[in-house]
Design a protein around this ligand. Structure first.
Ligand SMILES: Cc1ncc(COP(=O)(O)O)c(C=O)c1O
Length: 374
């Protein structure tokens, strides 16, 4: 990179995307139209969903999905304690209450044994979040939901291309929600989509996203809805991205393999991989070390932009009002935050960049060993 920094995010976008957007602008039809219809059809085909609608971003995709399932005031939704804040704020937007659940110690996916402990009579739904490019155990989530009569909202924001036992994530639950933010596997700048397999839910999604009517062009609104549409410029960009999905995944896996090789033998560094039964489309190169804060400082001093893991939701200042007497604690989410680092993994990264990052990590570990810290 020209300023010497290795940045965290850099989408694989180029002339093809620019041309696609330009053609939409030239056509004069810039709101949802032919490109959006084609994009939805291609997305459905890609993930294997019966129905889908587009959304302005991943957070609003989640809110839309929750609202379509009639989740609102008085309801509780189980949300993993380690996820991006948008998973929980989408629940808050509907008037429902997110109830945090600890995560697994190895994969950092939702811990279903802990979910069981957090159930109350108000629990209406569970939101498995497929984190860091692999999947939650959807067999366990579905069995749990069936046992307790809960709805399932899958947060698949980070998970284009991720399958559990061969089935694309986002198609197991009542709704599945994806994000196309610039750091996601494919991007439209901002954007998202919601999948569902039930025609009734699909109709509610359509009404909610388009001002309470099934189609534009009428001012008679059978129900209350909102404007949660996107534009054909974004859809055109997304269609080009979707055609590159295989290439993007291939590149991500090559870089992850380079990281694994470069970090092999470095003591005290664990590289996260695929969860059991799932594949891995790495969102970042997620590693776990003893003391993430010291590493982050060291990497930044070498012009490498790292990120922490997500800050546990139960500690978020924004959710202080949700805190209650907690018997169970969240040891794994806290340990994940204290030890987790996301290293850059995107198509602009080179194998030389990976070597530079791995060298900085190795140097840090060796220096720590010399002064006797773990
Ligand atoms: C797990 C998860 N859920 C939800 C979101 C929200 O998506 P968006 O930024 O498109 O609103 C993100 C975005 O990073 C995410 O990582």
């Amino acid at each position: 990179m020209s300023d010497g920094w290795i940045r965290q995010v850099s989408p694989m976008i180029g002339d093809e995307e620019a041309l696609a957007v330009q053609q939409v602008v030239a056509s004069g039809w810039i709101t949802e139209g032919p490109e959006s219809r084609a994009f939805v059809a291609e997305l459905k085909e890609c993930v294997g969903s019966r129905f889908a609608v587009l959304a302005p971003n991943g957070t609003l995709a989640l809110a839309l999905g929750l609202l379509a399932l009639d989740i609102g005031p008085g309801d509780e939704v189980l949300v993993p304690d380690m996820t991006f804040v948008g998973s929980a704020s989408a629940v808050v937007l509907t008037g429902a209450k997110p109830v945090f659940v600890d995560v697994e110690p190895v994969t950092f996916q939702i811990d279903m044994a802990d979910a069981e402990r957090r159930l109350t009579p108000a629990t209406k739904a569970v939101m498995p979040v497929h984190l860091y490019g692999t999947a939650c155990d959807m067999a366990a989530v579905s069995a749990f939901a069936d046992r307790h009569g809960l709805q399932v909202i899958e947060d698949a924001a980070q998970s284009m291309g991720v399958r559990f036992r061969g089935q694309h994530v986002g198609t197991f639950g009542d709704v599945g929600c994806f994000s196309f933010f610039a750091d996601k596997t494919i991007t439209t700048g901002e954007g998202g989509f919601v999948t569902c397999q039930d025609e009734g839910v699909y109709e509610r999604l359509r009404l909610l996203r388009n001002q309470g009517r099934m189609n534009s062009g009428t001012f008679i609104h059978p129900s209350v809805g909102f404007n949660l549409r996107i534009t054909d410029m974004q859809a055109a960009l997304g269609r080009v991205q979707l055609r590159k999905l295989g290439l993007i995944i291939e590149r991500k896996l090559e870089l992850l393999a380079a990281y694994r090789e470069a970090l092999s033998g470095v003591r005290g560094v664990r590289v996260l991989g695929a969860a059991e039964g799932a594949n891995h489309v790495p969102f970042r190169c997620a590693i776990v070390v003893d003391d993430a804060a010291a590493f982050i400082e060291h990497l930044s001093s070498h012009q490498i932009e790292p990120r922490t893991f997500f800050y546990p939701l139960h500690l978020q200042p924004a959710f202080a009002s949700l805190r209650g007497p907690d018997d169970h604690g969240f040891p794994n989410a806290v340990a994940g935050y204290e030890g987790g680092i996301c290293l850059p993994l995107h198509s602009a990264l080179t194998v030389d960049d990976v070597s530079r990052i791995a060298r900085a990590i190795r140097d840090h570990q060796e220096a720590a060993r010399e002064i006797g810290t773990p």
